[in-house]
Each structure stands twice: as C-alpha cells, then as structure tokens.
Design a binder for this molecule. Sequence first.
Ligand SMILES: *Cc1c(COP(=O)(O)O)cnc(C)c1O
Length: 369
Amino acid sequence: MMNKVITVTSPLLPPLEEFTPCLEDIWKRKWLTNNGYYHQELEKALCEYLKVPYISLFTNGTLPLICALQAMRITGEVITTPYSFVATTHALWWNGIKPVFVDVDPLTGNMDPEKIEAAITPKTTAIMPVHVYGRPCDTKRIQEIADTYGLKVIYDAAHAFGVEKDGVSIINAGDMATLSFHATKVYNTIEGGALVCHDAQTKQRIDYIKNFGFANETTVVAPGINGKMDELRSAYGLLSLKYVDEAIEKRHQVAIRYREALKDVRGIRYLDDSSGVKHNYSYFPIFVSEREYGMSRNALYEKMKSVGVYGRRYFYPLISTFSTYKGLESSREENLLIAHKMADEVICLPIHHDLGETDIERVLISILK
Ligand SMILES: *Cc1c(COP(=O)(O)O)cnc(C)c1O
C-alpha cells in the first residue's frame, strides 16, 4: 500500500472551536462584508504584526497587484521578473501594461538589479520585483535606480509575510507592496490578500478602488473593482495570526533538518539563511544539477512522486514562456539565461508546520537514493 502523500504545504487552520464563536458573532451582527468589524480588526492586527503603517485587505493576492498599478496610474512598460507565479505578470497585462523581463540573481532567484538599467526605455514607469521564496530583494539598489530614473516600485511580497531585514519589515520597501493570503501561503485567510502603502490618502484611494471606486453613496472617483474581503475570512485570519509564529518556527526546524541532511549531496544546491534576515521558511527550493547529481530534475521529481513525496517545481515553466508573453522581445531565452537554468533545476520540497519526523525522513530518503 502506498504511504500517505506528503504535499508541498498544508494550510494553517485556526482551531475550529475558536472559529465557531466568531461565526455566531457574525450571524448576530448581520454584517458580512464592506469594511465590517472583523475586517477592521484584521487590518489593525496586520499593521502591528507586519510593522507596516497602512494595509488594505483584499479578497485574494492578485487584485492588490492589479489595484496598486491602478492606484498609481502606472502605464507603458514595467520592468519585472519571469521567475515568479504567473499572477505577477498577469496583473500588468490586465492593466494594458507591457511587461519587460530582466534576468535574476542565481543566489536568490530575485531580479538582478544590475540588469534593470539596460531595460529602461522612455516608456518605463515602474519596477515590479518579487521577493521570491520570501528572500528579500536588493531593495536599496532597486530604490536607487528607481529614484535616478523617476520610477515607482511595487513589490510582489506574496511570499514575504513576516520577513524582516535588519529588524525592518521587508514589506515596507517600495512605494507599495502586495501580499497573498491564499491557502498555500505561510499565513492564509483561505483566499485573501493585502496592499501595503505609506500614507492615509493612498490607503483611502486604494479602499475606493477595491469598492468599485465609491467615495461615498453617490460619488465614484475611479473605475474600481470589487476586491473586498468578507467578515468570515477576516475573522479566520484574525485567529490564524495567533498561530503563525509557531508555524514559522516549525518550518524553520524542517529547513534545519533538510540542510543538515543535504549539505554533502553532490549536485543538490539549496539556499542558506542570509545574515540579518528573519526568514519565514515559506519554501524550501533545491536545485538539481543533472551532471553532478546523476539524474535530471524531472526524473528526481517523478521519482519523489512515485513514493508519495509531492514537491512542486516553483517556478517552472517561466512566465516568459507562456503563450501570452513568449512573443515579447524581453522573453528571448538569451535574455533570461539564469532564470531558465533555475526553472529547469528547481524542486520545492514539502515544508509546513504539520510535517512530522517520519515525513521529513521520507522526503530525504526519496532524494538520497
Ligand atoms: C500566490 C501568489 C500570488 C497570487 O496570490 P493569490 O492570492 O493566489 O491571488 C501573486 N504572486 C505570487 C508571487 C504568488 O506566489
């Protein structure tokens, strides 16, 4: 009989007995969405937890990307990375913006700041990097370039919940940053997301945009959309927040076990912690060198699967290879050699708060032959 399947992640659920009284309370209030009590409480709690000044909740992590671009009236071309989840680039496309891909840094998978300047044209208005796997981008260098050329910076921080660098929340970098609270992320509200900004007026504008553009009962100030988070998921998120630190620490322990076991395996590379960074261990990517390991990434991926270990090849295929984007000048493979290599070698190993010792051993045995 096949063992139980080990998946790449497992959702962090608040205890059901804590959620039930919230449901009863919501039923009593009869206020289900549109900036209700739990919505306001969760925004406050997240500002505090994430150490950010203003946050607007959304119903998923893709709408804040789309709305950030709307709120700042970004047009023309935006420089971004192909090594991400496809929503990053889709948000540009949905705004009629042309994505311009630049290659990544092999040590982190993040946009290589040294490639940005060459990609700037008179049409460029912004840079949209991603803190891939929750590892901080070189925010200082990116900001310098943005300031020099008069560009906005929007970070897709979907992976970076709770990540800090030198004691400062990485989510504060840039003009705006977006989060995803999808069920597969470190912290989830089932579906959900948020947009972080730095002043009250901008938050106001974002809140109008996520509610069809309504500024009051009769005034519509922008071609807004419906991006609102409801009360049930806000209450769920408020409860989950109490358990997220413990979940991150459990992920940390899994990462320590993996690194210890894989450190001498030829042809397997993993990413170490960076000094000064408080990581969230949202992903544990390994990179398989076929020549040195003696097996291709895809062969290892299938072999792991055959014993019930379901890693995921995040981020393969690269966004630049999808039909919508492959015709772009910047999608040429020669322009994105490092991203292609990483996409061809990566497997994200199972990592989550619920992974037991026997699960960890099964993952490792599937790799160690
Ligand atoms: C998950 C994710 C998103 C989208 O979030 P949803 O909540 O699923 O809409 C955007 N960008 C990145 C990098 C992600 O990993």
